[in-house]
Design a protein around this ligand. Structure first.
Ligand SMILES: *Cc1c(COP(=O)(O)O)cnc(C)c1O
Length: 384
């Protein structure tokens, strides 16, 4: 039997050596390595500025903190995303206003955004769901008309391009995740990119207590002022060197994902019981985070039997994401959302199974997955 984990960090000798180097020195935080990683990431994405952070959630929170969001403000948030996209808004005391997904991609339904905008709305956030780009021209047009900031949650979007421009550069800010199962990892970590240097400089202070000088910038050691409120959301040097090494390999990782995805998609295409999201479109380039299948209505209620069959045969799966965010207890209890809101996001959360296409896997693994999906559907049919 094959073992096909949903995700596996691709850590090699380069990362191990780099970490050992950092540990052999004296500088674990506030050193040159985080800066080097930031410069490399800015250069890779084509952004003017990159600011490292302790996670994508921290980067999102810092973005709203910089915009000065607070009590009484609202932010448009896609219903089908990681809870972090909404939590970052809540952490500032503002209110997320959820917008449902479109069926073809799972991305925010741009047609429904304007109806959700009120005179309290300050920003639109989007997530490039599973790495498929959102129509940012459309988002920017609505944002411009209403004077709103645009925040791109790019946690699944390293290698996502829209008309040749990397995700995260289309809006005011883009936030990336280096959590272990994402496209590349620093164990925990995140990055924020922006074209606005003033924003990058200020957030660099805000992620480190609002102190006016880093240890390297102090002419007299230990002497500094605190000029603003801030968090402790830095990336350390150990994480940063892992990131720098991972970024050198990202081209290969992305190529492998695309190849696996396309092979898996070909194998699944003619299984009549399942649907697939659109994976290509003129001018759109996905980062192919995973391949989510959408079970038909009859099979959706048997989803966990199918997941279990796959698991018994060594195929790891996941669900992106297990509920539409407004249906998580925290949001439901706080805002009193009803079960019927955001029906498309709900349908995705209840009928999809996310299949792995990561660079730890090869084409035979994809064929093995297809075979086991077919067997699982047959088994459920027989028991049905
Ligand atoms: C994983 C993920 C996050 C959270 O990233 P962290 O680095 O773990 O904070 C945020 N948004 C989306 C869409 C994600 O998939």
């Amino acid at each position: 039997m094959r073992e096909i984990p949903f995700g596996r960090p691709m850590i090699g000798d380069e990362e191990r050596r780099a970490v050992a180097d950092v540990l052999a020195g004296n500088i674990l935080v506030h050193g040159p390595r985080a800066k080097e990683f930031e410069e490399a990431f800015a250069s890779y994405t084509g952004a003017n500025c990159a600011v490292s952070a302790s996670s994508c959630t921290a980067a999102l929170h810092l973005s709203y903190f910089y915009f000065g969001l607070g009590d009484g403000d609202e932010v448009i948030v896609p219903a089908m995303t990681h809870t972090a996209t909404a939590h970052a808004v809540e952490l500032c005391g503002a209110k997320p206003v959820f917008v449902d997904s479109e069926r073809e991609t799972g991305n925010i339904d741009t047609e429904q955004i304007e109806a959700a905008i009120s005179d309290r709305t300050r920003a639109i956030s989007i997530v490039h769901y599973l790495g498929m780009p959102v129509d940012m021209d459309r988002i920017n047009a609505v944002a411009k008309k209403h004077g709103l900031f645009v925040v791109e949650d790019c946690a699944l979007a390293i290698g996502t391009y829209l008309n040749g421009v990397h995700a995260g550069i289309h809006g005011d800010v883009g936030c990336f995740s280096f959590y272990p199962v994402k496209h590349m990892t620093t164990a925990e970590g995140g990055m924020l990119i922006t074209q606005n240097k003033e924003m990058a400089d200020r957030i660099t202070r805000q992620k480190a207590f609002g102190v006016d000088r880093t240890p390297g910038e102090r002419s007299v050691p230990g002497v500094y002022d605190v000029t603003m409120l801030g968090y402790n959301y830095r990336m350390n040097e150990i994480e940063a060197v892992i990131g720098t090494e991972q970024l050198k390999k990202i081209g290969l990782f992305l190529e492998k994902r695309k190849e696996n995805y396309e092979h898996l998609e070909r194998g699944l295409r003619d299984i009549s019981e399942i649907g697939l999201f659109r994976s290509s479109h003129d001018g759109y380039r996905s980062s192919y985070y995973c391949l989510s299948i959408l079970l038909n209505d009859a099979l959706a209620s048997r989803r966990f039997e199918i997941v279990d069959h796959l698991k018994r045969n060594g195929v790891g799966t996941s669900v992106y994401y297990p509920r539409a965010v407004p249906h998580f207890s925290y949001y439901k209890d706080k805002y009193g959302y009803q079960d019927h809101i955001c029906p498309v996001a709900t349908w995705i959360s209840q009928s999809s199974i996310a299949l792995p296409v990561g660079p730890h896997l090869g084409l035979e693994d994809m064929e093995y997955i297809v075979e086991n999906i077919k067997n699982a559907i047959m088994e459920v049919g027989i028991n049905g």
